[in-house]
Design a protein. Structure first.
Length: 111
């Protein structure tokens, strides 16, 4: 039997030892009764967390993203684009600001 160790640890924070042939155990060696639906829910949560990290790393072009990193134009460039659209009367979805932001969103869609 192959147990999903990460999902078990997510579902059962008291799991200290996980053995594929014997099951999961707490710090005192007591067997933990594993419920498959809880493990499946934990796996879904882990997958969603991984997707969010992957999405963010795609958006910033960095496998280890930090807060504030982005592939969007800098705030200064965004304000410049917005100003130029205001002056040109093109504050619409076809203006320079909107098309630059949309290009990033299209390239890196949310999961």
């Amino acid at each position: 039997m192959n147990l999903d160790h990460d999902a078990i640890r997510k579902a059962y924070s008291n799991a200290v030892t996980i053995d594929d042939s014997r099951g999961a155990f707490d710090k005192d060696g007591n067997e933990i009764t594993l419920v498959q639906s809880a493990i499946d829910a934990a796996r879904t949560t882990l997958n969603n967390e991984a997707s969010a990290i992957h999405y963010k790393s795609q958006r910033i072009g960095d496998p280890f993203p930090t807060e504030g990193d982005t592939v969007y134009p800098s705030i200064g460039d965004q304000l410049d684009l917005l100003y130029k659209d205001i002056v040109a009367g093109t504050v619409t979805t076809s203006g320079g600001f909107a098309t630059r932001i949309k290009a990033t969103k299209d390239k890196y869609p949310k999961p």
